[in-house]
Design a protein around this ligand. Structure first.
Ligand code: GDG
Length: 735
């Protein structure tokens, strides 16, 4: 639309310029012609009068002169007609000579012995004054002054402009309409058609062989058709290759290979993901609805899987424009720019959110499992809401799978621990996996939970429970052994309750690499400039603003480094992206405040006019922007006090296409087991963090490269496509 307006506007400006110049030229010519015509007529009149006036002046007959003057001046074009004697006195006159002093002009003409003329203007009135000396032989005996109206010249010019502008206006209107229609319907429609068919070919859901184009675009459409044909062939070969590679465990997993795997393993069994957080949130921003991807590991990990496999994702609709964007069944096709699967939103009341999400999930289960020295709050009313909301999610899913045969259900995380049992009770044919994204504490630590038995029953309804590490699986099996009457098969790592078996297995989660996590654009050099960062060394932190991520400990590490190594003052910056999270929870609000205070304190202690050691960005970034930051960082610093996996570590590695940069990683993350090239730290020790940071900042390039390559190989090898393939394979083998 903008382009159409630009084209139309451009053409209209050009037309206006041409018409304007022509009108200006025409008006000038008309003025010239009318003026010289008037001058000529006046001179002829004056000359013809001069002879008779001369006679009368010689006779001294003033009455006769006046009579002659009155007669001539009755002509409506003549404003005034004055006759002067040789002394410049008025001998006869008719009409007024507004701002012209008649005598002065007459004397001037008589003295110079030549006629004199000028155009005069008095307000709106314009006149032409002509003064002619009357001579008898060598003697000047008087003068004649004729004043003629010249207003009509102005009027003629005005009317030229008026008419031409009106014509221009009508022309512009007509041109604009014609151009608009032509561009919109002829060009843009053809281009849109081509784009649509290209899109269809790219998505692989079109069988068209030729891209349509009007005769104007025929050559272009022909070329594009050839490219799309090659694309289809390439895709077909890729898919064949992926199918052939299926069983070769050492070849890399890709979205394509996962798709083939799902087809081969699940045949037509549909996949349903169910989680608290949705992958796309719609919010009202000013008067527009905008979507964003919320910060969080579950979404980062599961979204590429759903994009590759399709299916339905059920989640809480938390955006203020979420309701406005779904259909009658509360569904929306996502990703919004290129839909590949269905998101079905579940609506929760404020009371439900307070009890189930803020209360039980974030104030009880999160601190219980994360063990980051925050006391869990167990409130009976939160537990009731948690059960009610889990039942609501389960019902939504059961409605959704009512026509699906032997569906695959992937339940995500600690918010929905009771859902597996609720589903299996109604649909024993469904294959249900529960993936626990956070750590599982020791049996003794879990023992403090008042509803531990019900929680474990709920979870054990699943056919498969996945954790990030073997340690969490061990902790879980110990907990079940302590709390629930069951039979544990240690050989297979399964729990039997009655005839129902639940397999417990580690699946270290990962990211889409190779794939979207690598980023494809060129290195964006402006990202740091806009933040005012000019330092030589960039240390990067990316986290949800969560107390388990150890952001305060990270700041302490930087403070320690600057205290001990003042040579870094002025040339090292910690850029901390801290995306807002769980703001309804008191502990998170307090933490967010402390993080800001601490950054301010440290910046005050070391900062100068042009430099501050900590740049704190408390806002949500897009994944693309984060990738650019990863690519700029010398060091990515992760100081989680406890973390199931930590995907930021893997994202940093995936984004480093240059194979440089150093990862400093908390030993209390699941990722520390997978990423052997990282420098591990105990984030509780600021001294250790600072020392390892110094090692990272001075690490030779060759060493960085060696470590980065090792880490990239391991993330490439165990990426999110492999994670989901192994999970689904383990699940489907349980039947
Ligand atoms: C849980 C477990 C486990 C961060 N800021 C923004 C943003 N992020 C993205 C990161 C990353 C994700 O959020 C955070 O993932 P983590 O794994 O680091 O942490 P949790 O959210 O706590 O995830 C964790 C994970 O589940 C998966 O199982 O690894 O241990 O706690 O992807 O890039 N994303 C966007 N804007 C931001 O500002 N879009």
């Amino acid at each position: 639309m903008r382009q159409i307006l630009l084209i139309t506007g451009g053409v209209m400006c050009a037309i206006a310029l041409i018409v304007g110049s022509f009108t200006f030229y025409q008006a000038n010519r008309e003025e010239l012609s009318l003026s010289s015509d008037l001058q000529y007529r006046t001179r002829v009149l004056a000359d013809s009068l001069a002879e008779s006036i001369k006679q009368l002046l010689m006779q001294g007959s003033r009455m006769a002169i006046q009579k002659t003057v009155d007669k001539i001046a009755s002509n409506e074009r003549i404003t005034a007609l004055w006759v002067f004697d040789s002394a410049g006195r008025v001998a006869a006159y008719s009409g007024t000579v507004s701002d012209v002093s008649g005598s002065a002009l007459a004397i001037r003409a008589m003295d110079s012995n030549s006629s004199f003329s000028e155009f005069t203007r008095n307000g709106e009135e314009r006149a032409y004054v002509f003064v002619n000396p009357i001579r008898q032989g060598e003697r000047t005996i008087g003068a004649l002054m004729v004043v003629e109206k010249a207003d009509y010249i102005d009027e003629a010019i005005r009317s030229i402009w008026r008419e031409n502008l009106l014509r221009l206006f009508l022309q512009l209107l007509l041109f604009a309409a014609v151009i608009f229609v032509l561009v919109r319907w002829v060009f843009f429609r053809s281009i849109l058609k081509m784009v649509e068919s290209l899109k269809a070919v790219r998505k692989g859901n079109s069988e068209i062989d030729a891209v349509p184009g009007t005769s104007f675009f025929e050559p272009l459409a022909g070329e594009i058709s050839k490219v799309t044909m090659s694309l289809r062939q390439a895709r077909h070969s890729a898919s064949e290759e992926a199918r052939m590679r299926l069983e070769k465990i050492d070849s890399p997993w890709t979205a394509e290979r996962l798709k083939e795997f799902i087809k081969a393993y699940l045949k037509d069994r549909p996949i349903f993901v169910i989680s608290n957080r949705e992958p796309y949130v719609h919010n009202k921003v000013k008067n527009k609805i905008e979507w964003s991807v919320p910060a969080g590991g579950v979404v980062t990990a599961l979204e590429p899987v759903m994009e590759a496999c399709g299916g339905t994702w059920i989640a809480h609709g938390s955006g203020d424009a979420d309701k406005a964007t779904v259909d009658a069944e509360d569904k929306i096709a996502v990703p919004p720019e290129e839909p590949k699967y269905t998101l079905k939103r579940v609506w929760l009341t404020e009371k439900e959110i307070n009890g189930y999400y803020t209360g039980l999930s974030n104030e009880a289960l999160w601190p219980l499992c994360l063990m980051a020295h925050t006391r869990p709050l167990f409130r009976a009313e939160d537990w009731s809401e948690y059960k009610r909301v889990n039942a609501k999610f389960a019902k939504t899913l059961l409605d959704e799978i009512r026509h699906a045969k032997r569906p695959i259900v992937l339940v995500q995380d600690y918010h929905l621990a009771l859902v597996p049992e609720m589903i299996k009770k109604v649909r024993p044919d469904a294959l249900v996996a529960l993936f626990w994204h956070i750590p599982w504490p020791s049996a003794a630590q879990f023992n403090i939970c008042p509803w531990r038995e019900e929680l474990l029953f709920g979870m054990l309804g699943a056919d498969l429970i996945g954790f990030h590490t073997q340690q969490y699986c061990n902790n879980f099996i110990d907990t079940v052994g302590n709390e629930v009457e069951s039979r544990i098969d240690y050989e297979r790592f399964s729990v039997f309750r009655g005839t129902h078996q639940t397999l417990i297995k580690p699946f270290p989660i990962s990211i889409a690499f190779p794939g979207i996590a690598e980023g494809h654009g060129k290195l964006d050099k402006t990202v740091l400039t806009v933040l005012g960062i000019k330092s030589t060394y960039l240390v990067l932190g990316v986290d949800r603003l969560d107390y388990t991520k150890g952001i305060l400990e990270r700041f302490k590490g930087i403070e320690f480094l600057l205290d001990k190594h003042p040579e870094y003052s002025g040339n090292l910056t910690l850029l901390q992206i801290a995306s807002p999270t769980r703001e309804t929870v008191e502990k998170y609000r307090e933490y967010a405040m402390r993080v800001t205070e601490e950054a301010v304190r440290i910046n005050k202690k070391f900062g100068t006019k042009d430099w501050k050691p900590i740049v704190l960005e408390k806002r949500n970034y897009t994944h693309e922007a984060l990738i650019h930051l990863y690519q700029h960082a010398n060091v990515c610093l992760i100081t989680s006090l406890h973390d199931g996996m930590n995907l930021v570590a893997k994202e940093f590695v995936a984004a480093r296409r240059d194979e440089f940069g150093v990862l400093v990683l908390s030993q209390f993350t699941g990722a520390s087991r997978d990423l052997k090239g990282a420098l591990l730290i105990n984030p509780y020790s600021a001294e250790e963090t600072s020392e390892v940071l110094r090692i990272a900042l001075t690490m030779p390039k060759a060493e960085q490269n060696k470590r980065m390559k090792t880490m990239r190989d391991s993330v490439r090898d165990y990426n999110i496509y492999r994670w989901s393939a192994e999970l689904i394979k383990a699940l489907s083998q349980l039947e």
